[in-house]
Design a binder for this molecule. Structure first.
Ligand code: DX5
Ligand code: ZN
Length: 218
């Protein structure tokens, strides 16, 4: 399987982002969690920090916006050159208009669903997206346990994507380890965010390779 591993810098050393970005240079992209303390009960960083991090990153940026008012803020991340910008379906007033404006700015467009949000209402807009993100924990914090209850939704989303003929990646985020990545891959995910399981390892590039190998065996 053509699987992508995106380490989340939410688990990096916040005093050493540049060093940690270099340490994950064998990954496919870096996952950057933007949180506003409204959509989720946690606060991370905003456009100014992301802009500077891009300048020292060897990897493409996969920005995950856990913010209210995604319609207002998401285009700014595309305009600064982030390769992929993902907004939450629950936070967008006009998801189709927003997806189109992100693509018009040249970014890959992702839409995320919280664990309890059904995928079915969004199936007709798959062609507007380059990535669908199914959260496998409640968004807001790293280090939580993978929610097995999301597996049937991953499976249904994968089937719908295959049936739609649209070219989009199916990403999972939260609690991804060498064990859970196998179940998520079996269900049909092809892009895996991993925060604590990568940054908690002694050898980050070995951790990335191990995750990739596990997903590939599926
Ligand atoms: C959680 C974030 C995740 C988080 C994942 O709300 O969206 O990207 O960093 O961390 P782990 O892999 O530790 O669950
Ligand atoms: Zn994330």
């Amino acid at each position: 399987m053509d699987c992508h591993i995106h380490p989340s810098i939410l688990s990096a050393d916040f005093a050493n982002f540049e060093r940690d970005l270099q340490r994950i240079s064998s990954a496919d992209a870096v996952h950057v969690d933007v949180m506003d303390n409204h959509f989720v009960p946690n606060l991370s960083w905003g456009p100014a920090v992301v802009k500077r991090l891009r300048e020292v990153s060897p990897l493409p940026f996969d920005v995950h916006l856990m913010i209210e008012d995604a319609d207002r803020w998401a285009p700014e991340y595309a305009q600064m050159g982030c390769e992929s910008v993902t907004f939450h379906a629950e936070a967008a007033q006009a998801p189709i208009r927003l997806a189109r404006s992100l693509r018009a700015e040249g970014a890959q467009t992702g839409m995320a669903l919280r664990p309890a949000t059904a995928v079915e209402p969004y199936l007709d807009m798959l062609s507007e997206l380059d990535m669908l993100l199914i959260m496998t924990v409640e968004p807001g914090f790293g280090g939580q346990a993978f929610l097995e209850v999301t597996l049937p939704k991953i499976r249904r989303a994968a089937e719908a994507i295959a049936g739609s003929g649209a070219q989009l990646r199916l990403q999972v985020d939260g609690g991804i380890t060498e064990e859970t990545i196998v179940r998520a891959a079996e269900a049909g995910a092809d892009t895996f965010v991993a925060g604590s399981s990568v940054f908690g390892a002694e050898d980050l590039s070995a951790a990335i390779s191990a995750l990739r190998e596990k997903a590939r065996t599926v």
